[in-house]
Design a protein around this ligand. Structure first.
Ligand code: GLA
Length: 376
């Protein structure tokens, strides 16, 4: 499965952890449709860890869904998700056990790929816990990729080895469609700031076919749930979502979408931000203005319609002025050109700037523009 654009959807882990069930998944599917998330592009509904029994079926050797959480089995849940016009995602692990100590797929890759295909899965998140020491990581991802490719279903492989073993150098060659490049996110500002900054040099290893996944979003969690932590402010969630969009990261919602509030819904369905995230050329951004601690950088990204996306960031704990000369974009002062700015978050035109752009930002705030090069 070759994703042309960063995959979008919802994953159970951030909010629900082990507290998952068929009812909760079906209600989430309903909410994704009713709240307009599906129509905005959030198509995958992914069940993360803790969905199975603790041991494989001794007779068939297959992984078996937990009969209390999923009394009618997985195909029933998958059918419901498909009927809603969504795609269905499952989870397993390259090691012998999953991270939460359920059966992993090590040495069972082809059997499990067939099981997931029988469920009607369209997506498989594939974790890295309990990997036998002597086993070669790239081979384990290659194995599951080949198992999925021979399963009879088109299943996107979402690798999750947290950036270990220089994953960005080999993961694309395995056939995976996205790959986790960092440790787990928690719902607080420092967590998403550090995850993002750790990947500044690695976004060039993200393109149509295989995208750098900086983890599921915590936007809208407000400290509730499995990775709840201290929570973020709405300003911080706006920054998180803008970073993920600007860097063409997969957008997997992690909040409880059944109770999503209006502020969060408006943010995650902002069509200008999603347009940037889903740009068909999938070019990486570059740093258009650099500060030594990376706390006030400006990023720019060339889009397929000849516009530029611009992201002004303030990771500092106090307000600041961010600044970028147009020269840094490749637009010198003496060529008679300027930038017409459209504020993507506010949804309004802000006129033409020549020579440079200044933006005043609150602590942990950002501004995103779609910019057109015009005569000026
Ligand atoms: C790892 C992954 C998480 C989640 C948990 C489940 O920590 O990185 O995203 O899937 O396992 O146990």
């Amino acid at each position: 499965m070759y994703p042309k654009k960063p995959p979008m959807g919802f994953n159970t882990w951030n909010t629900f952890g082990e507290n998952i069930s068929a009812d909760m998944i079906k209600q989430t599917a309903d909410a994704m449709v009713e709240k307009g998330l599906r129509d905005a592009g959030y198509e995958y509904l992914v069940i993360d860890d803790c969905w199975s029994e603790r041991q494989r079926d001794p007779e068939t050797d297959r992984i078996v869904p937990d009969p209390v959480k999923f009394p009618l089995g997985m195909k029933d849940v998958s059918d419901y998700v498909h009927e809603k016009g969504l795609k269905f995602g499952m989870y397993s692990c390259a090691g012998v056990r999953t991270c939460a100590d359920y059966p992993g797929s090590f040495d069972h890759e082809y059997l499990d790929a067939k099981t997931f295909a029988d469920y009607g899965a369209d997506f498989l998140k594939y974790d890295y816990c309990y990997k036998p020491r002597h086993e070669y990581g790239p081979l384990l991802y290659r194995k599951m990729s080949m198992a999925l490719r021979s399963s009879g279903r088109d299943i996107l492989l979402s690798a999750c080895n947290w950036g270990c073993d220089d994953v960005h150098k080999w993961i694309r060659s395995t056939g995976a469609g996205m790959y986790r490049s960092t440790g787990d996110i928690c719902d607080n500002f420092v967590s998403f700031r550090d995850i993002f900054l750790s990947q500044l040099d690695n976004f060039v290893y993200s393109a149509p076919g295989c995208f750098n996944d900086i983890d599921m979003l915590t936007v809208g969690m407000y400290s509730r749930g499995n990775v709840g932590s201290t929570g973020c402010t709405d300003t911080e969630y706006k920054l998180q979502f803008s970073l993920w969009c600007m860097f063409a990261a997969p957008l997997m919602l992690g909040c409880d979408v059944r109770n999503i509030n209006d502020v969060t819904l408006k943010l995650v369905t902002n069509k200008h931000l999603l347009r940037i995230n889903q740009d068909e050329e999938g070019r990486p951004p570059f740093i258009a203005q650099y500060e030594s601690d990376n706390y006030r950088n400006v990023y720019a990204r060339v889009l397929s319609d000849n516009r530029l996306a611009l992201l002004f960031t303030n990771f500092r704990d106090e307000p600041c002025r961010t600044w970028m000369p147009l020269e840094n974009l490749g637009i010198p002062v003496n060529v008679g050109k300027g930038l017409r700015l459209f504020n993507a978050l506010a949804g309004k035109d802000e006129g033409v700037r020549k020579e440079s752009v200044y933006v005043d930002l609150d602590a942990h705030d950002c501004a995103v523009y779609l910019a057109e090069i015009v005569d000026a």
